[in-house]
Ligand binder design. Structure first.
Ligand code: AMP
Length: 145
C-alpha cells in the first residue's frame, strides 16, 4: 500500500529540506532542491525534489510544483552532460515500494550513464565522502557558469 498513505514528515528528504540532515547540495531555489545521491548508481547521480510540496509521489504532487521540479531536472541534466560527458542520461521516478521507491517524498533521479556500466535501479555502496565533495564542487561551479 505504499502507493497510498499519509506523508511522513520525518522522511530523510523532509529532514534535508528542513536542514535537519545534511546533503551534497547542487542547486536550491525557493521551490526546488537538487543534491547528490549518496548511494549513486553512477558517477554524478543526482536527485531533484520539491521543497514546498508534501507529496509522496506522482499522484500527490500539484502540477505547478511538478513543473518547477522538471525545470531543475533539465538544468541538472545539462550541467551533468557538460561536466561529465556521459554517453546517456536516465531520468527516473518511482511510485510505491513495488516500483522501487524507498524514500516517500517525491524525487526525480538524474543518472548519467556511461558506456559499459550496468543499468541497476539501486546501488549497494555508499559513495566516498571526499569523492562526493569534489564532484559537488565541480557541478556547483558548472551550474553557476
Ligand atoms: P527511490 O528508490 O526512488 O526512493 O530513491 C531514493 C534514493 O535516495 C536512493 O537512490 C538513495 O540512494 C537516495 N538516498 C537515500 N538517503 C539519502 C541521503 N541522505 N542523501 C542522498 N541520497 C539519499
Amino acid at each position: 500500500m505504499s502507493l497510498h498513505g499519509d506523508y511522513d514528515s520525518q522522511n530523510i528528504f523532509a529532514q534535508i529540506i528542513r536542514g535537519d540532515a545534511p546533503c551534497y547540495k547542487l542547486y536550491e531555489d525557493d521551490d526546488v532542491l537538487a543534491f547528490l545521491d549518496v548511494f549513486p548508481q553512477s558517477y554524478g547521480h543526482s536527485l531533484v525534489i520539491p521543497k514546498r510540496s508534501a507529496a509522496r509521489n506522482m499522484l500527490d504532487i500539484d502540477s505547478e510544483s511538478l513543473c518547477k521540479v522538471m525545470q531543475v531536472v533539465q538544468k541538472i541534466t545539462r550541467a551533468l552532460v557538460d561536466e561529465l560527458q556521459p554517453a546517456g542520461v536516465q531520468v527516473a521516478q518511482f511510485n510505491g515500494a513495488p516500483a522501487g521507491q524507498t524514500v516517500f517524498h517525491i524525487h526525480m533521479h538524474v543518472i548519467p550513464r556511461f558506456a559499459g556500466e550496468d543499468l541497476g535501479i539501486h546501488a549497494s555502496a555508499k559513495a566516498d565522502a571526499a569523492e562526493l565533495e569534489a564532484l559537488q564542487a565541480r557541478l556547483v561551479t558548472r551550474l553557476k557558469a
